[in-house]
Design a protein around this ligand. Sequence first.
Ligand SMILES: [Cu+2]
Length: 350
Amino acid sequence: MGRSTVMILLISLVVGFSIIAVFPTFSDAQSESKTFVTHSGAVVQTSGEIIDPLYAVSTVEFDPMEYLRDFNYGDISQLSDGTVLREFTIIAEDDKIMEVSPGVFYNVWTFNGTVPGPTIRATEGDLLRIHFINNGSKEHTIHFHGIHPAGMDGVFEPVGGNGGQFVYEFEAGPVGVHPYHCHVMPLEEHIVHGLYGVFIVDPKEERPPADEMVMVLNGLDTDFDTENNFYAANTIPFYYQHHPIQINTDELIRVYVVNMVEFDPINNFHLHGNLYKYYPTGTDLVPSFYTDMITLSQTERGIMEFQYDFPGKYLFHAHKVEFSEKGWVGIFLVNDSTKKNVQEIDIGTK
Ligand SMILES: [Cu+2]
């Protein structure tokens, strides 16, 4: 036998054993997965739940306009040393169905019944006590970004489903805007299904009064192929385009923006007809940028401040066009505050 024949024999043996080694795993995986044709016609294998729109019923009530300006300050009491205690109850569930777009039903995993979960708000130095109940079927946790003891990090303390409980307790800090999310593996799956929300820590000396709102930039992988089919600000694609956010000229607007998009490495936020002051993570009271475009990676966030001089309709959207065309686009409808005042005076004199 020549040297080349020996080599061919060796290669054949290696390839043969590889096929034997790989094949059982492959067929196991195949028995668990289902075949699914995506909206674009691609055939994908998925281990996710395929929901028939004809028989599905939405079990989630979520109003993006209400969520936008809804801040949960918790049940407030005072400790003997004067510290403010804020208590929250957060319940995780993983069996809800949401009609995210007409005819598109998606199994969302929720904190307090919605995606995103409630916006938790406190002042720096307050004591937070979060009563977490896991009514889901899988293990879940709450992992807060911020500063806290290791045992409160929501990573190594999985909370079992069907009523498992845990109490997270830590001091609110640092000042800024932070995400919270489930940190159970596979992490992508627990996040993309919706287990996240926003945690705002206000400075002791309050920021100037403003029309404040929260925008969570998120994506929905409705066919479980680890690519997003929809993008949005606050979950429902195109919502604020069809229901513009009403604001007033010469009024300070403050947007707490958090990027929770999975799979795509970056997202961004472009504002039309204006620029905003930007405070990355909101940890500083002095803005770092004056711009109309910020780029955000996973869980990157910050505070935007701006005011409009001129009334009218202005777009805000991802400048990554694919994202805006798949739902991450909205409109600010700027009302003329001087005109409004004149009308009020007119009514008053009649
Ligand atoms: Cu989870």
